[in-house]
Design a protein around this ligand. Structure first.
Ligand SMILES: Nc1ncnc2c1ncn2[C@@H]1O[C@H](COP(=O)(O)OP(=O)(O)OP(=O)(O)O)[C@@H](O)[C@H]1O
Ligand SMILES: [Mg+2]
Length: 473
């Protein structure tokens, strides 16, 4: 079983409470039985003393045999030397006349009896009761003392469970918050309401988060600075290569083209590194933008439309939600453009790319579906890794999807890549962003839609969808 503080505490306290309850039950049962036995003995003694004080005549001289109830006591009075008892409540019972004075337990007619014997020179008085009756009386009375324990034990165990759960609730909350910590969410844990025993622990975690955030920020800054520094000489190199091209002799043009290709690839890598550094930057608290995703999808498609058209790729949109998302437009655009550019890059000539923006609950999904070769299932889990390229035959830096993941993670969204499951080859790449709720944006959007419907005009999404559909054109 997994070691759990809650389970350990509940089990330990449960065992402790149960042991105490059992010990208390046993001791009160025994004490009650002993008390009851003493009371019954006292009754035998008192009856004997009363008989000695002259109450013997109250016993009938010839009582009916076997007329006495089983639970009743038996009284026998003897005169020394007489054959038969002077008085007896049950003449069929022959109590041993030689029994020791005081209390004794004797076997009479195959049954055990508790006898009180009062002896003086002129009389022998014996008062007896069946031990089985006494035991039954003692048990019945002692059992009644167990009821409170039996009723209280489950209640106390339930209370223990509740108290432990309540005490550990804060710890569970902290555990959940620690689980939510990742590279894009390095917020310190809240200390308000944390029990004092946990404060040092939470403090250590917060210091660790701070150090981690600092070192990640330093790394991000280094990458951003390095990329930025490299961009200027590379741009100069590019310009010089452009200027040089007319002077390169025809036989060297092919090699010179490769050189320019290399410069262009380095430029692309630096641009992606800069985007990644920007995507990794922490969210500013002032970020409160509501972004129109439909417009971004339109722009992303417009950008690749000439290339797609040249390669005979049919690119279109099916469904276009007009909801706005809570993320800066520039970042949403980078994420969407990366998915669209992947689809165009990896889809063979004559393929099809479908886009849609769909609201599901509190999030908006942008989905890009292509008819490319797809990705081997064993490589799928790695596509979001930095510099990972599943297909090395096609040029790329392997950073695009890492940027997408960093952006969606930063704003509480998701990025998902899967192979199509509708019988065609290809990828379904999707990103989600939470809908903009703040500042009544959602309400304003709804109000605007209602107004548009009332005016009979097309919703922006419909317009966007028409604009996008290469097939319609
Ligand atoms: N639509 C797609 N179809 C097939 N493979 C894809 C698709 N999108 C991504 N991949 C695979 O996933 C890998 C990672 O993609 P990612 O966008 O991160 O990098 P890239 O496209 O190689 O480079 P970059 O986008 O930085 O120029 C790609 O190299 C490619 O092999
Ligand atoms: Mg890419």
């Amino acid at each position: 079983m997994k070691s759990s503080l809650r389970n350990n505490l509940v089990i330990a306290l449960g065992i402790l409470v149960s042991v105490v309850a059992i010990a208390q039950g046993i001791s009160s049962y025994q004490l009650c039985r002993a008390g009851m036995s003493a009371l019954l003995d006292l009754r035998l003694e008192q009856v004997a003393v009363r008989m000695h004080n002259g109450f013997a005549s109250s016993i009938p001289a010839t009582p009916e045999r076997g007329s006495q109830p089983v639970r009743d006591i038996v009284i026998t009075i003897h005169r020394p030397g007489a054959e038969v008892p002077l008085r007896s409540t049950d003449p069929a019972l022959q109590l041993p006349e030689d029994a020791a004075a005081g209390f004794s337990s004797e076997d009479v007619n195959g049954e055990e009896w508790r006898i009180y014997t009062l002896r003086d020179p002129g009389t022998l008085i014996q008062v007896a009761q069946r031990s089985s009756v006494r035991n039954e009386l003692e048990r019945e009375t002692a059992m009644t003392t167990l009821w409170p324990t039996l009723v209280l034990l489950p209640l106390v165990l339930g209370a223990v469970l509740l108290i432990v759960q309540r005490s550990l609730r804060k710890m569970n909350q902290l555990g959940n918050e620690v689980q939510d910590i990742d590279a894009s969410h390095l917020k310190p844990l809240p200390v308000a309401g944390v029990p004092s025993e946990l404060l040092p622990f939470v403090g250590s975690i917060n210091r660790m988060i701070e150090r981690l955030a600092q070192s990640m920020e330093a790394e991000r800054k280094f990458i951003a600075d390095a990329a930025h520094e490299l961009r200027t000489p590379l741009t100069a190199l590019q310009l010089q290569a452009d200027n040089l091209q007319p002077h390169i002799v025809a036989s060297n043009q092919e090699r010179f083209k490769e050189l320019r290709g290399g410069i262009a690839r380095s430029g692309a890598l630096i641009s992606q590194l800069l985007r990644l550094a920007r995507a990794d930057a922490p969210v500013l608290s002032s970020t409160n933008e509501a972004t129109d995703v439909a417009a971004i999808v339109v722009a992303a498609v417009s950008e690749v439309l000439p290339l797609a058209a040249a390669r005979g790729i049919d690119i279109g949109a099916e469904e276009m939600s007009t909801d706005k998302v809570a993320a800066p437009g520039a970042d949403v655009a980078v994420a969407v453009k990366n998915l669209v550019s992947n689809a165009v890059r990896y889809t063979p000539d004559g393929g099809t790319i479908d886009l849609c923006a769909r609201t599901e609950g509190n999030v908006l999904w942008v989905e890009v579906r292509d008819t490319g070769p797809g990705i081997a299932p064993e490589l799928l889990p790695r596509v979001f890794d930095r510099f990972f390229r599943a297909n090395v035959d096609v040029e790329g830096t392997g950073l695009g999807l890492s940027i997408v993941k960093a952006i969606t993670g930063k704003y509480g969204g998701e990025a998902v890549i899967r192979n199509r499951d509708d019988g065609q080859t290809g990828i379904v790449a999707a990103v989600s962003f939470p809908l903009a709720q703040a500042a009544g944006v959602a309400a304003a959007t709804r109000a605007r839609r209602v107004a548009e419907q009332q005016n009979g005009s097309h919703a922006q999404g419909t317009a966007a969808s028409h604009q996008l559909h290469g097939r319609d054109a």
